[in-house]
Design a binder for this molecule. Structure first.
Ligand SMILES: [Zn+2]
Length: 76
């Protein structure tokens, strides 16, 4: 999913399935609010609905390390 974010206005668009959709929204926003100029802090946010969040990855990593550590201690 993709979202257009304008840091100048502090807004974030709705989610778009395609990056193009978010870019198109950004174009419209630029035209409407910024007279066609590009705001400094605008960006396209990309994320996947299925991917774990960064925090979840950390937990996964800790669990994996513990399992490996357990296996190593058993093998020794
Ligand atoms: Zn803006």
């Amino acid at each position: 999913m993709h979202q257009y974010e304008c840091g100048n206005c502090g807004l974030r668009s709705e989610s778009f399935v395609t990056r193009k959709g978010a870019e198109k929204y950004g174009k419209g926003h630029r035209h409407e609010r910024h007279g066609g100029m590009a705001p400094i802090s605008e960006s396209i946010l990309t994320y996947s609905g299925q991917m774990p969040q960064a925090g979840e990855w950390k937990v996964f990593l800790i669990v994996a390390v513990l399992i490996v550590a357990g296996l190593i201690s058993k093998a020794l």
